[in-house]
Design a protein around this ligand. Structure first.
Ligand code: LCS
Length: 393
């Protein structure tokens, strides 16, 4: 059997594992900043790229490379570039494809900082931007200018759960020779593989589903082909946002169970979503697994499953949201997502509390919106907990 023919879970376990002379089942942590050369000529050949060899951990390290290889295999991309956080991945992509006089088109509901850095930081370097509702591809087409160099999407988006039609947006981008990047954090490669739809760059906050144990902050960029990879990699190396070998080792361990963790969390999420949908204190719910989701059919086509992220709205707005947060017992009241533990948060009083009412409206954050990342606990316990917290609303 060819290595590439094996299934997702087999790749998650085996892809990239380095064999050593001791037969270690797990690649060791190469906790070293630098690598010595055999002699001056060997060093020269490594620097010239004539011989594969490790030079310095910011440039490359076996433990980190294994993780890069494994995630790239799972995403069906050319190569992975591991970075210190999801935001380091976002910045590496922006720095690679944007610059003085370039224009970004992005979805209006993104993880807050992915948008905020464009409007507060990149603007200082002459980058122009337009944020549109990318769930309507026509809005993406209408926003394109002659200097548009990057289309940046999250699907499903954080926290509005809007789903963008990747095939439609890629068709628009191709006409204008524009790079398309998808933040695939909410799905992980287990549920969505954006390269199947012609996307150029995929990125992840591996802090979430890929590592999955709420004990690491990490990011990954995956390039569709060598030309794109060769543009991205030096930006990461020179920006110095590389991953640490220990961080890579833990993330590689988490990755091995990605499929079974998502299977379980998703199974729970489907039941939790049905429970919430029928609860009188819940005004609305957005979950790709419910027929009531506005892009339900598209989600079924584009994603292999609806995932474990749910957004819902409470009758009673801000107060109701706070009261629910103050009464959960099993679910952790915490930001982040995609771990084995159920996490709940209330954007209006927490992550998005600093936004103006208008900015919240544009980003789709209503006062009663609650975001739930469903974990792998026993679903009866999750539902019991949410039910008793809702009783206090
Ligand atoms: N992309 C998405 C979709 C995210 O949700 C996050 C973090 C990032 C990128 C940035 O990744 P990081 O640097 O944190 O690894 N999302 C968070 C959230 O929803 N609450 O806390 C962090």
């Amino acid at each position: 059997m060819q290595h590439d023919d094996i299934g997702f879970n087999s790749k998650a376990v085996h892809a990239g594992i380095l064999s050593d002379s001791l037969g270690s089942a797990v690649t060791p942590i190469y906790q070293t900043s630098t690598f010595s050369f055999e002699d001056a000529d060997h060093g020269a050949r490594c620097f010239a790229g004539e011989e594969k060899g490790y030079i310095y951990t910011r440039i490359g390290n076996p433990t980190i490379n294994e993780l890069e290889h494994a995630v790239a295999k799972l995403e069906k991309g050319y190569g992975g570039i591991a970075v210190s956080s999801g935001m380091a991945a976002v910045n590496t992509v922006y720095l690679t494809f944007l610059g003085q006089g370039k224009h970004l088109v992005a979805h209006n509901a993104l993880y807050g900082p992915s948008r905020a850095i464009v409007e507060s930081l990149y603007v200082r370097f002459g980058v122009e931007s337009t944020f549109v509702d990318a769930t309507d591809p026509q809005q993406v087409a209408d926003a394109i200018r002659p200097n548009t160099s990057l289309i940046y999407l999250e699907t499903p988006a954080n926290p509005t759960m809007g789903i963008t039609d990747l095939e439609a947006v890629v068709a628009i981008a191709k006409k204008h020779n524009i790079t398309v990047c998808v933040d695939n954090t909410f799905c992980s490669p287990y549920l969505q593989q954006p390269f199947d739809f012609g996307v150029d760059v995929v990125l992840h906050s591996m802090t979430k589903f890929i590592n999955g144990h709420a004990d690491i902050v990490a990011g990954m960029i995956i390039a569709r082909d060598k030309a794109i990879y060769d543009r991205l990699r030096p930006v990461m190396v020179n920006m110095g946002c590389n991953m640490d070998p220990h961080q890579a080792w833990l993330t590689r361990r988490g990755l091995k169970t990605l499929g079974i963790r998502i299977d379980r969390a998703q199974e729970n999420a489907i039941k939790v979503a049905k429970f919430l949908e029928n609860h009188p204190k819940v005004e609305w719910i957005l979950y790709p697994g419910l027929a009531s989701h506005p892009q339900y059919e598209l989600g079924k086509r584009q994603m292999k499953g609806p995932g474990a992220m749910i957004s819902f709205g409470l009758h009673g707005g801000l107060d109701a949201g706070k009261r629910m947060m103050n009464n959960v017992k099993l679910a952790l009241l915490a930001v982040s997502l995609g771990g084995i533990e159920t996490l709940i948060q209330h954007p209006a009083s927490m992550t998005h509390s600093k936004l103006s009412a208008e900015a919240k409206r544009i980003a789709g954050i209503s006062d009663g919106l609650v975001r739930l990342s469903v974990g792998i606990e026993d679903v009866e316990d999750i539902i019991y907990d949410l039910n008793q917290a809702l009783a206090a609303v």
